[in-house]
Design a protein around this ligand. Structure first.
Ligand code: AMP
Length: 534
């Protein structure tokens, strides 16, 4: 298929709601929750009868639950116990599955079994749901948060995880948007009538355990509008841990001739020590990491300054993205009214220091970095429930897309495959864009559309979202027949595609066929298994 040279882009227009049939509306007064499904920790919250967000404690009594799953024979145990098992039985434990969403398989086999990453996420959601049900009573409806820069594939995988956990996913919401909602509603941005006193621009810097997001938002009245967003799905507190692990391992190897990273149990134990040391360094100037293997010991002293040096390039990556996002939003620092720090890793003093240095402003530390995202999701869940009962929404969210969306076309002159972008990144959502392409050959019986996400002109450097094929075209279809493609991108970052072949009655609206996504049968199989029905 080649791109028509005068291919028309009709621009943005309002669109219909998310076509995903599993996204349902809350219709009654049963409890609804918001879930922050984090890479390293997850949090669940609801609104109490006065409308205040409350974090629901786990069965173990914690506000956050480690996103770690222990597969112990037929038992699947999520949370603290999984974390403890990491150093003893690392082969039985799955962690950081959020980072693998979008892949077919979790990066290692667990107890000899291969799991799709969304199944591991589903087990975590099931635990969150069961624990919350102890306090709220049975419920199904939830809003789940995702990093703003999550692509379409990862968003779909997150919704699928919710489905497999037996939840009805009312919606997914970007984590920084959720944090801004929590800050805006619970903080002092809004007047008693629910509207903000004045329009404010806020920057949300969200550094969690495994992902990093930075977003610029405008809050104006009841409208929460994202101006620009970017991030890194492979950057988070885990990478700071890794730097310490590497440093201590090298020291140990230099002293005793054995690298702790070569033994899985030793490695996992050292990891826990280092994560602990990292947390200590947020409060103190120096600490020690104990490293013990067989008869060999090392007590390594780490200062905050040393830790800063070891991780300087990681912090720089976040600084670079922060500056880029600000520029994509078309703002300078003097137009930013507040800077919110979200995610456990923003407790590291180096983060506020860097933000202060580049912005000249004191970041807002009033939010609980662990709970804000879940609280924002709980606000949205409650609002969606109210809306379904006919009540007027108390706030409105407008997002942008974090990656350009397009399809693989052939350049009409060069014949080279190229990324033809239909919806540019940072376009306000929902968006609907049409473009006309042309068939290549006379009598062409089918048209293949490869949908991709990314900024590169080279399709192979972009994320492959999936394919749509229109078959059974008439045998006498002339070459260069028009193929009208329409992308409809919902507010929550889910895409549907409509294709019409000119001069024929062939027309279809499609969910994309995804290479790495589970089929409905597989989803149902796991849903039953996770519920303990098989
Ligand atoms: P989140 O995904 O937002 O729950 O963030 C979890 C990450 O925050 C993990 O990498 C933790 O190690 C990190 N974290 C939590 N508390 C601290 C702290 N006091 N200092 C440094 N990092 C922390």
């Amino acid at each position: 298929m080649s791109q028509e040279q005068q291919g028309a882009e009709l621009g943005d227009s309002p669109t219909s709601p998310d076509p995903d049939s599993r996204t349902t509306a809350a219709t009654d007064a049963t409890p609804v929750v918001g879930i922050d499904l984090g890479t390293t920790y997850s949090v669940i919250a609801h609104l109490d009868e006065t409308g205040r967000p409350i974090t629901i404690r786990s069965a173990e009594g914690d506000l956050t639950t480690p996103s770690v799953v222990l597969f112990d024979g037929d038992d699947v145990i999520v949370g603290r116990e999984g974390l403890r098992a990491l150093s003893g039985e690392p082969d039985q434990v799955a962690e950081c599955a959020k980072r693998d969403l979008g892949l077919k398989r979790f990066h290692k086999s667990i107890g000899g079994q291969v799991f799709p990453p969304e199944v591991i996420q589903a087990y975590i959601l099931k635990k969150m749901r069961d624990d919350a049900a102890l306090q709220l009573g049975e419920f199904q409806q939830a809003v789940i948060t995702v990093p703003a820069h999550f692509d379409e594939v990862r968003r779909k995988a997150t919704q699928d995880a919710g489905y497999m956990a037996g939840l009805k996913v009312l919606d997914i919401i970007n984590e920084p948007t959720a944090a801004a909602l929590a800050a805006g509603i619970a903080g002092d941005y809004l007047a008693a009538d629910g509207k903000s006193h004045i329009a404010q621009n806020i920057l949300v810097y969200d550094l969690g355990g495994g992902t990093f997001d930075v977003t610029v938002m405008e809050i104006n009245g009841v409208h929460f509008r994202t101006l620009a967003t970017d991030g890194d799905v492979q950057l988070g507190g885990r990478d700071w841990d890794q730097k310490l692990v590497d440093f201590v391992s090298q020291e140990f190897a230099g002293l005793h001739g054995f690298d702790p990273r070569q033994d899985p149990n030793f490695h996992a134990a050292l990891w826990r020590e280092c994560e602990d040391a990292k947390r200590t360094l947020s409060a103190r100037q120096k600490t020690h990491v104990m490293c013990q293997f067989k008869n060999h010991r090392l007590k390594s002293e780490i200062t905050r300054q040393k830790f800063g040096e070891l991780t300087a390039n990681l912090l720089e990556r976040t600084e670079f993205t922060t500056r880029e996002v600000l520029s994509a939003a078309g703002l300078a620092w003097d137009r930013i009214d507040r800077i919110l720090l979200v995610g456990g890793s923003t407790r590291m003093p180096m983060v506020s220091q860097m933000i202060q240095r580049i912005s000249g402003k004191q970041p807002d530390l009033s939010l609980s970095p662990d709970e804000a995202v879940a609280h924002g999701a709980a606000f949205l869940a409650t609002q969606l429930q109210a809306k379904a009962s006919g009540r007027t929404p108390s706030f409105e969210i407008r997002n942008v897309n974090s990656h350009s969306l397009g399809l693989v076309g052939k350049h009409p002159q060069t014949g080279q495959a190229e990324n033809v972008v239909l919806i540019r990144r940072n376009t306000s959502l929902p968006a609907r864009v049409q473009r006309t392409f042309r068939t290549e050959q006379k009598g062409q019986r089918s048209v293949l559309m490869q949908i991709i996400e990314g900024e590169s002109a080279l399709p192979e450097s972009c994320t492959q979202l999936g394919r749509i094929v229109v078959r059974d075209l008439p045998r006498d279809l002339p070459a260069r027949s028009p193929v009208q493609v329409e992308f409809t991108y919902a507010s929550n970052g889910r895409l549907s595609v409509h294709v019409k072949i000119g001069g024929t009655d062939r027309e279809l609206t499609s969910e994309i066929v995804r290479e790495n996504s589970l089929t409905q049968d597989e989803l149902d199989h796991w849903r039953n298994k996770i519920a303990g029905k098989t």
